[in-house]
Write a protein that binds this ligand. Structure first.
Ligand code: PLP
Length: 422
């Protein structure tokens, strides 16, 4: 049994029960609207079974320690992979470099398949098992796909995955290794998404498409539980995260709202969403103060946030409006710079989309939107090893010498190298 009370349409407010087995609001869909649903819980009941003390004594690692907050039947079956429980570090050198006193980085690239998407996929897989599904499908810019394939493989479910042509090779390699049927769609993410929807409809597969499936945001919100728990239930002033479809941002916000509703925390952070300058439909809508999205071209090297037609803009925009948050847009050059800065100051190799969070944070600090004394958490959503092409683009060239110590010394001196390592 879960603590879910009902599902509610974020557009028209219509309520559905779990038994209705709907993924979108049928009333809104029939009027040509998105009809995204939000999951509601009985927080009074949750607060009776989970507390700061009970969590302090709970030795389970990963997202299942927050089970009462999740929309899954604890008996349905779950992945054995350790999803969540990723480390969060305070970095004084990164803070100094971007003009802050305190910054924390949450390394979600250390999830089993290398991205925060595992938090959503773990829930998706449990839901699919609960429904008795044997095949699960999605379209993805890359990480959602590899994450679904890995989590599904861990419980023996089949996967059919649709990716756009631009998906980096590392992510496609992951899919194949996890045994997914991989369909590379000749076109954009939107084309991959549309074809996957048609196939899911036709063959009745379980749908993991993040924005459509309201259960997935619920998995993503566990990142906020971990952040709050690591900070001793003191909520940070800001949480900064990159935005593509908008589900991650919405999940982060939902997580903090859940904790407050269940009495585990007092305040709420502001959330800041970062998009690429070449693909910023959600940032544009936020700046105009509206919910309507204009489609964009997908012109950025940060493949995970190259989402020209976001599928969950309303939940993301609501998070920004409700929290008093903001957006930043960053160029590809700024993303590559941030990638190097993160690597050099924290020892974490983050992929371009993940690095965009720090690029955007740096911009918000220099614009005075985020004050130097505010406590900030940047979520590094994915691992840089998945996309080494851009990693190499971000870094400088290595030194090349013959195997000769004299030549080495000469070249290093020419470069002004500091032999003391200061
Ligand atoms: C998916 C993803 C994002 C953005 O999440 P959305 O829910 O699409 O907004 C950011 N960073 C990485 C690494 C991702 O894989």
């Amino acid at each position: 049994m879960s603590y879910v009370t009902h599902l509610q349409c974020v557009e028209c407010g219509a309520r559905y029960s779990e038994k209705d087995d709907v993924m979108l609001c049928p009333a809104c869909v029939s009027r040509g609207k998105a009809g995204i649903l939000d999951i509601h819980y009985d927080y009074t009941a949750i607060s009776r079974v989970i507390s700061r003390d009970s969590l302090a004594k709970d030795t389970r690692r990963g997202i299942w320690r927050y089970m009462p907050f999740l929309p899954v039947d604890p008996d349905a079956g779950a992945t054995h992979l350790r999803v969540g429980d990723t480390p969060m570090y305070e970095s004084t050198s990164l803070a100094r470099a971007i003009g802050l006193e305190t910054v924390y980085v949450k390394d979600d690239g250390l999830n089993p398949t290398g991205s925060l998407k595992d938090r959503a996929s773990a829930v998706a897989v449990s839901k699919a098992l609960e429904r008795g599904a044997s095949m699960i499908a999605c379209a993805s810019t890359g990480n959602a796909a590899s994450s679904l394939a890995g989590n599904a493989a861990s419980v023996g479910l089949g996967t059919c995955i649709f990716v756009p042509e631009r998906a980096p090779q590392g992510k496609v390699a992951q899919l194949l290794i996890y045994g997914a049927t991989v369909v590379v769609v000749e076109g954009s993410y939107k084309d991959a998404f549309d074809l996957s929807s048609q196939a899911i409809e036709k063959w009745g597969w379980y749908n993991r498409n993040a924005a459509i499936n309201p259960y997935l945001v619920e998995g993503k919100k566990t990142v906020s539980f971990e952040i709050a728990e690591a900070l001793n239930w003191e909520v940070p002033d800001w949480v900064v995260v990159a935005v593509g479809d908008g589900c991650t941002l919405a999940g982060v916000w939902k997580g903090f709202k859940d904790l407050k509703a269940a009495g585990l925390t007092k305040g709420l952070p502001k959330v800041a969403g970062v998009q690429a300058q070449g693909c910023a439909p959600i940032a544009e809508a936020f700046r105009q103060g509206v919910f309507e999205i204009k489609p964009w071209r997908e012109d950025t090297l940060a493949d995970s946030i190259a989402v020209g037609v976001p599928r969950n803009p309303r939940k993301a925009l609501m998070s920004l409006y409700e929290s008093g948050g903001t957006v930043a847009t960053v160029s590809d050059e700024e993303i590559l710079l941030a990638m190097r800065l993160i690597g050099q100051t924290t020892g974490i190799f983050a992929e371009p989309a993940a690095s965009a969070s720090v690029a955007g944070l740096s911009k918000l600090v220099s614009e005075g939107v985020i004050g130097p004394g505010e406590r900030v958490v940047a979520i590094l959503t994915g691992n840089g090893l998945k996309d080494i092409k851009n990693g190499i683009r971000a870094a400088s060239e290595p030194i090349r010498v013959k195997p000769d110590l004299w030549e080495l010394e000469e070249v290093l001196r020419e470069k002004g190298f500091d032999f003391e390592g200061a």
